[in-house]
Design a protein around this ligand. Structure first.
Ligand code: C2O
Ligand code: CU
Ligand code: CU
Length: 423
């Protein structure tokens, strides 16, 4: 439904039986019966009103990851929808076009809820982007990557912090799919919705992709991408020109890293290239202009830490503390630009760092300027063991209490999460 400046959506959360492994069924949690959830297409500058009906037997909360929204519409972990009730979230969409994500955020349940399927893409389009003439319609394809574990009956299994057994890789809810593509350019809107798995992706013939956007919108200029690195919650917007391959070519999107047998976790999907077709789409040399960065006036440090597996503990910390819903960890004055230095203190475990409310810029990683693919608006940043990133954030939109956390959400469930209050 649409009115002058507002689009209306209704979503029902329910438990559904679904075929993931061929010929076998499993219960999953769905938005509108679909696994993963349906892609919501919204427009920058138009308000989206999303009524969420919770037809499940447990509380849920719907967070728009990457969205700039007030506390009441952020889908906070304590601000849940009781079973049988509904909640209407209003998103003003006052931000540039971007690949955003709606997912569950109910405290202590989000890692299982997201794993079981409460997860869907929210593509925010805008007019400036439309004018660029990039591939669209059937040639703009969402790719939601994740892993999962299944038992012998084909049922999806969730156990906390168990990446080693999640060795089935799915794209848009299907294990190791293939896609028939025409010989022309395609734009892919990719999200890593895994709880823990990091993907480092390349094409099997070694050819380059072209990254055009990241979490919060387009990059200033297209960046040649020999690999795409996506930790949980990160997005990549990229183009592949299949006209450069002979018809009949099979290209595998390979994954270079991660727990599990390489025959399974080392591949993600396959593109079967068809005949060349006319291609009116373009990828211009200039995609957008990022605003100049204001000078930061406040500096803070954040240390991400977790009990290592050998110590047997299941506690995770930011600056030495596990999450306490009643504690405010960081007080921020509205209007301030801050410089945050975030370090992963774990010796063997990667983490990432996600902030609600704001899109930030990554200034450097281990003292070096970041690659072009990471130079745009980000809300989630990967930190391999021992790494440090410097982030610049400006808090000039909504006031209130918002979380920041590791988005390897089994870790945030163990306490690697904290609250900031903007006043
Ligand atoms: Cu996708 Cu609290 O985040
Ligand atoms: Cu978020
Ligand atoms: Cu973590």
């Amino acid at each position: 439904l649409r009115t002058g400046t507002t689009d209306f959506y209704t979503v029902t959360m329910s438990r559904t039986s679904h075929e993931i492994l061929p010929g076998r069924r499993t219960d999953v949690l769905t938005y509108n019966g679909s696994f993963p959830g349906p892609t919501i297409r919204a427009r920058s500058g138009r308000t989206a009103v999303v009524k969420q009906i919770n037809a499940l037997e447990m509380p849920t909360s719907v967070h728009l990851h990457g969205g700039n929204n007030p506390v009441a519409h952020d889908g906070g972990m304590m601000d849940t929808i009781a079973p049988g009730r509904s909640r209407t979230y209003v998103y003003a969409n006052k931000q540039p076009g971007a690949t955003l994500w709606t997912h569950d955020h109910a405290h202590h349940m989000e890692s299982e809820h997201v794993y079981r399927g409460l997860s869907g893409l929210y593509l925010l389009g805008d007019a400036a982007e439309d004018r660029l003439g990039m591939p669209s319609g059937a040639y703009e394809v969402p790719l939601i990557l994740r892993d999962a574990q299944f038992d012998d009956t084909g049922a999806m299994v969730y156990t906390m912090d168990d990446a080693f057994n999640r060795t089935t890789i799915m794209v848009n809810g299907r294990p190791w799919p293939y896609m028939k593509v025409q010989g022309r350019k395609y734009r892919f809107r990719m999200l890593n919705s895994s709880n823990l798995r990091i993907f480092i992706l390349r094409l099997s013939d070694g050819s380059q992709m072209t990254q055009i956007g990241s979490d919060g919108g387009l990059l200033p200029a297209p960046a040649p991408a020999p690999v795409l690195v996506l930790s949980p919650g990160e997005r990549a917007d990229f183009v592949i020109d299949f006209a450069q391959y002979a018809p009949g070519t099979q290209l595998v999107l390979e994954n270079l890293i991660g727990p599990g047998p390489v025959e399974q976790v080392g591949k993600v999907m396959r593109f079967d290239v068809g005949e060349k077709v006319a291609d009116p789409s373009r990828v211009p040399d200039v995609l957008t202009t990022l605003p100049a960065l204001a000078k930061p006036t406040v500096e803070r440090t954040f240390e991400l830490q977790m009990d290592e597996p050998e110590t047997g503990g299941h506690q995770a910390y930011i600056n030495g503390k596990t999450f306490d819903a009643k504690r405010i960890d960081t007080e921020i004055r509205w209007g301030t630009t801050e410089l945050w230095t975030v370090t992963n203190k774990s010796a063997t475990i990667p983490h990432n760092f996600h902030t609600h409310l704001v899109q930030f810029r990554i200034l450097e990683r281990d003292g070096q300027p970041v690659y072009p693919a990471e130079a745009g608006w980000k809300d989630t940043v990967l930190l391999f063991p021992g790494q440090t990133v410097k982030l610049q954030l400006t808090f000039d939109s909504h006031r209130g209490v918002f979380p920041y956390h590791c988005h390897m959400i089994d870790h945030s469930a163990m306490g690697m999460m904290a609250h900031m209050k903007i006043t």
